[in-house]
Design a protein. Sequence first.
Length: 323
Amino acid sequence: MTKRAVVVGVGHYLPERVVPNSEFEQTLDTSDDWIKSRSGIERRHFAAEGENTSDLATHAATAALADAGLVADDIDAIILATSTADLTFPSAATMVQARLGMTRGFAFDVQAVCAGFVYALSNANALILSGQAKRVLVIGAETFSRIMDWTDRSTCVLFGDGAGALVLEANEIGENDADRGILAVDLNSDGRYQDLLYVDGGVSTQTTGFLRMQGNQVFRHAVEKLAKTAETALESAGFGPSDVDWIVPHQANIRIIQGTAKKMGLSMEKVVVTVQDHGNTSAASIPLALSVGKARGQIKSGDLIVTEAIGGGLAWGAVVIRW
Ligand code: UT7
C-alpha cells in the first residue's frame, strides 16, 4: 500500500469588482490593445477597501470544504501561500483558521511569491506522507492590488486579487486503484535573481514599498525554467509530456503559457487558461485555475495534471497530480 495526498475538494473566490483594461487608459499611457497583445489579460478583480487577503482566503477555503463535504474541524493543517498577508504577523492562515471555526490542528503561511502555491502543495504533501497530518487545506490568496505603483504602467496593469483552495487527504492507494494524488514535486530557487522582481520596502527595512519588475528579464527565465521544472517533475513521476491531460500553469502572461506548452511539445488545447479574466494573481493563480478548470468541465477525476509557476526570488517549481 502506498500513501498519497489526494485532492478531495477545490474552490475559489474572486472579489466583486472587475476592472477592464480600458480603466487604465484613463490614467496611464497604455491601451487595451497593448495589455491584451503583450499579456493576454483583459480584466482582473480588485478587492474592496477593507477586504483583505484572509477574507478572500476564507471564502475560497469555505468553498473547497463544501466541495469536499467536510467541516473545518476535519482539517489537521492549513497552509496559506501569500505574499500579501493582512499583517506582518500573525499569519493570515491563523486568521482563516479562526474564521472557519477550526479549533484544532495548526496553520501557517508560505511565502514564495508566484510559486507560493506549488511550494505550499509540496509542504502539504510532505505533512501527509510523513503522517503528521491526514487532511490539509492548501490555499493561495493575494491582494496584489495593494502593492501596485499605479504610476508604473509596466506592472500595475498585470496583477489582480483572488483566492483558490484545495483540500488534500491521505489515502492508502492499493494496487488496483487509479493512482490518484500528488505524484511528484520539483522545487527550485535562485536568489541571485532577486532584483528582477521584488517589493522595494518591508518590515525590517522600516519602509513600505511597491512591486518592481524587469518584466522582459523574468519572461526570458520563465519559459525555459517552467518547461524544465514541469518535465523534471513529470519524469520523477514516471511520465513524459505526452501523458499529460492538463497543464495548469501560473497565469502571468499568455505568451509565457504558450511558450512553455510549445517547449513541452503540447498543444494549447491541453492548457487551462484563466489569465484573460484574472490577470496575474500570484500564489492564487494555480488554485484559481484548478477550480475554474474543474467548474468548466475541463478537469476530470483521473486526469494527469502538471502545475508550474515562477516568480520573485526567483523561485519556481512544478507539481504532478493525478486528479
Ligand atoms: O508572476 C511573476 C512572474 N512575472 C512574469 O512572468 C511577468 C513576465 N513578463 C511579462 O509578462 C512581460 O515581459 C510584460 C508583459 C511585463 C512586458 O512585455 P514585453 O513584451 O516583455 O515588453 P517590454 O517590457 O520589453 O516593453 C516593451 C515596450 C517598452 O517600450 P519601449 O522601451 O520599447 O519604447 C515599454 O515601455 O512596451 C512599453 N510598455 C507599455 N506600453 C503600453 C510597458 N508597459 C506598457 C503598457 N502600455 N502598460
